[in-house]
Design a protein around this ligand. Structure first.
Ligand code: FES
Ligand SMILES: [Fe+2]
Length: 438
């Protein structure tokens, strides 16, 4: 355990390596909750998760139980899920509809959908006390700041700090790319998600997302098996369904992975460029492209469809695979325990077949039932165990160290996709957050 976490923190992060305590120490984890997750803009959900007045979704920001709820005025609000009376959580379910008002299950205090107190049973018991309806402490507390970008709702528990667009920076492209691929310019959530508890620190997930060195090793067995079947089907019928390619793409050679570029931005955000060739020439794709041309005109539609992105990371908790409409959200629980929510979306105005492709990817790659996700989870758990041992203290991020280029916009760019520039960039942001240098 570190006894002086803040003064010692910088000693744990060197430009090319990081001390294992960054992944295992409970005091550092507490600092992460306080200085990062309970301060920055955290993704709450999509507006389409709460379509009608009274619809709500519950989730945590850091350690705080929160709810996102639509009011009678159609506005989406984010409130602490805590009764002002004696603290009981007002919404006990992950999602639902509160009806006309939120009612506490303990003593029946009722709150309007905007969180303001509506009624207290036998209110005369409070006469002359300071707990009266004019006291804001009598109403549910809202998050300090709430904002949304193209339908994606974020909240910050800190009244100060960068605006949402400033925080997202270059990572805004994740939401633009997802929505621009919809002929109607919007996406709609599929209102069910996989929830997975990883037995590992949240940073394993974030590092892994842009780690182009691991797929052809970690996912070899799945990728090779899919490639064999894909080849067989192609030989017999001339073409294999796209979803075989989702898996066979993992078997690319090290050289090919090295040619996939990563861009690493301030605040730890990052982009992995496209590599999967997701635009086959088939009737479904052609119908979709026709719908895009109709909506945007050929030039603009082609610009949207040609965006060279596979993955965008909003550091430190969001992984967006915009061309396939997938979002994974991390909600850290403990140094060695992380909840991930895995959501996917429909492109509004796109043919059903295009949605099925998103669903295939969701089920084949991101679902906890697929071998891809299971392969990763196993590595992260074993990684956690390894870093909890005292065998060695340092985690190495030396790959291509010293060969990164910094662009005028501040992005660290690596010509080599397998460079560990990704992790170096994430830890730079991490140190700035924890030491208050940002
Ligand atoms: S704790 Fe909610 S009404 Fe008493
Ligand atoms: Fe992986």
């Amino acid at each position: 355990m570190l006894h002086e976490p803040i003064p010692n923190l910088k000693k744990l992060v060197e430009p090319d390596r990081v001390h294992r305590l960054a992944y295992t120490d409970p005091e550092i984890f507490e600092l992460e909750i306080k200085n990062i997750f309970e301060k920055i803009w955290v993704y709450c959900g999509h507006e389409s998760q709460v379509k009608k007045p009274g619809d709500y979704q519950t989730f945590n920001i850091g350690r705080q139980p929160m709810l996102m709820i639509r009011g009678k005025d159609k506005k989406v609000r984010v409130l602490y899920n805590r009764c002002p009376h004696r603290g009981v959580e007002l919404c006990g379910n992950l999602k639902g509809n509160a009806g006309e008002a939120l009612t506490c299950s303990y003593h029946s205090w009722r709150f309007h959908l905007d969180g303001k107190i509506e009624s207290i049973p036998l209110a005369k018991g409070y006469e002359g006390t300071r707990m009266n309806p004019d006291n804001p402490d009598c109403s549910m507390r809202p998050a300090a700041r709430v904002d949304s970008y193209r339908g994606f709702v974020f909240a910050s528990l800190s009244p100060e700090g960068p605006s949402l667009p400033e925080f997202l920076g270059e990572a805004k492209i994740a939401f633009d790319d997802m929505c621009d691929r919809a002929p109607d310019g919007e996406v709609e959530v599929v209102p069910y998600c996989h929830r997975v508890i990883q037995q590992s620190n949240w940073k394993f997930f974030m590092e892994n997302q842009l780690d182009a060195l691991h797929p052809s090793v970690t996912h070899q067995s799945t990728g090779v098996a899919a490639a064999w079947v894909e080849r067989d089907i192609k030989q017999k019928t001339g073409a294999a369904p796209l979803y075989y390619h989702y898996l066979s793409a993992f078997t690319m050679s090290f050289d090919k992975w090295d040619s996939v570029q990563t861009l690493n931005y301030p605040r730890g955000h990052g982009i992995l460029k496209g590599y999967m060739g997701l635009r086959p020439d088939d009737p479904d794709t052609n119908a979709y492209v026709a719908a895009m041309y109709k909506a945007y005109g050929e030039e603009k539609a082609e610009k949207f469809l040609a965006r060279d992105i596979h993955h965008v990371l909003v550091y430190p908790y969001l992984s967006v695979q915009s061309p396939l409409q997938q979002i994974r959200v991390l909600r850290p629980i403990a140094p060695n325990k992380t909840l991930s929510e895995i959501w996917h979306f429909r492109l509004k105005g796109a043919p059903e077949a295009i949605y099925r492709r998103s669903l295939w990817y969701y089920n084949l790659v991101n679902s906890p039932a697929t071998m891809i996700n299971a392969d990763d989870l196993e590595n992260w758990t074993k990684g956690q165990w390894g870093l909890e041992s005292s065998g060695m203290d340092w985690v190495s991020f030396h790959r291509d160290y010293g060969r990164d280029e910094t662009r005028p916009d501040g992005a660290v760019f690596s010509k080599n996709g397998t460079s560990e520039a990704v992790m170096r960039s994430q830890f730079k942001a991490w140190t700035e957050y924890l030491t208050g240098d940002k």
